[in-house]
Design a protein. Structure first.
Length: 147
């Protein structure tokens, strides 16, 4: 199942990330996962939220450029072997991982079950097919929003 990631290009200065995250929180938009990477003068913020359209609108109001990318969220049974299994399946299928980061959820436990990771890859359709064939659960946008 595809999930929509919003990639936002923000100015790399103190408080910019806080300003965007605070604005999302004030609009009752729940952040499910994010990663921010410094790119020398700019920061690339990749974010998964429960309300994509409100988030896109708010990002535009802030004057930031944003794009949408299809990613998938995979359940890994535990932090060690579950992740390795997913990585092995993707490697063996010739799928290149471009970005990977964890989902934040009140249900997430690094010891136990229900650990989810966001994957941005070069071939989403193939990745979803081979993961499904190997019994790896992926989340829909609605399931992600419900976390």
């Amino acid at each position: 199942m595809n999930v929509r990631q919003i990639t936002v290009f923000i100015e790399d200065k103190p408080g910019t990330l806080d300003e965007i995250m605070t604005a999302l929180t004030k609009k009752n938009i729940h952040i499910r996962a994010f990663t921010a990477v410094d790119m020398g003068g700019m920061t690339i913020l990749r974010i998964l939220v429960d309300n994509i359209m409100w988030t896109a609108s708010l990002i535009n109001e802030k004057g930031c450029a944003a794009t949408f990318t299809d990613v998938f969220v995979a359940e890994v049974s535990n932090a060690e072997t579950g992740l390795i299994k997913v990585l092995d399946i993707l490697r063996d299928s010739g799928i290149n991982i471009q970005h990977v980061y964890p989902v934040m959820s009140k249900n997430t436990r690094w010891i136990g079950r229900e650990i989810y990771m966001v994957f941005e890859v070069n071939d989403n359709a193939k990745a979803l097919e081979v993961l499904s064939e190997n019994g790896i659960k992926t989340l829909t946008q609605e399931e992600l929003s419900a976390l």
